[in-house]
Design a protein around this ligand. Sequence first.
Ligand code: SAM
Ligand code: SF4
Length: 317
Amino acid sequence: MIDKYGRQIDYMRISVTELCNLRCRYCMPEEGIVKRDHEEMMTAEETIDAVKAAVSLGVKKIRVTGGEPLVKRGIVELCENIAAIDGVEELCMTTNGTLLPGYARELRAAGVDRVNISLDTLKADRYREITRIGELSEALSGIEAAFEAGFEKVKINTVLMGGFNDDEIEDFVRLTIDRPLEVRFIELMPIGGGIEFEKARFISCVRVLESVPGLEPLDMTDGVAAMYALPGAKGRVGLIRPISCDFCEGCNKIRLTADGMLKPCLHSGAEISIKGRSREEMTEVIREAILSKPQMRETLDAENPSHAGRNMNSIGG
Ligand code: SAM
Ligand code: SF4
């Protein structure tokens, strides 16, 4: 479906749970979150209906995210059911990867086409520091499990943080030399509980190009990522610049939260509920959400944090 500003909206991100087995400092509070009543959250049937409704309006790509999607009970079956929907051309998942060793093969068999694995550092002590409770070895095993399960384009999402991982940019880029990995550096966003954290840590993705001048621009984009590569490398490097570069013009997505709220724009507080509605009603509400997408987000920086009104774990990054 085309929105009011001529953008083709063909992508829906679904947060299937707010819960997570990690506590990344820019995303979740240290104590985690209070698990909400079942009745407040989307059921698997409602999620499937929402996808069918979205597909009827031209959505072709679905990303399952969270919180951590792999802590959701029944996640493989949910993915299988989404992949089987006529009109879903691509099903992807964003995960912290720590549970992938136990799930990668099943997810691949269920029809998940691609996985993005979040990894902000290659150093075990830093991984523990940023995730508060995580083990780097588990995330690294998750990446290997994704390759072994036959996922072809494995992407690594790395949030850039000044004074935390800017000295690891080269190490991340080096990962792309021998493997068909796509390392995507993402600018830290002032959103939810991450607002204070962002103030001290934000750095622009330009730093990646300064740190690795050998990166050559590719004549392509991958979604919102500007693409680069080292000459002769098997993999690629993507820069996702939600802060230093406006990409609202090319926005092609809507988001659905685990409690059934459609978010026409990540950085707006506007939400429309689809929980408890019939598929026909959902279709109308999704249409309404698409037509209410703003042309552009408001200014976004340390002084002007996001109006999203939620932490990333409950929106679905
Ligand atoms: N738990 C899964 C994971 O970490 O991949 C999926 C959900 S997580 C919210 C999705 C992505 O959002 C992750 O790559 C994470 O790094 C990113 N993210 C969370 N908070 C962010 C923030 N304040 N700025 C930029 N990216 C953020
Ligand atoms: Fe969990 Fe992902 Fe948020 Fe980290 S970024 S706390 S892994 S939801």
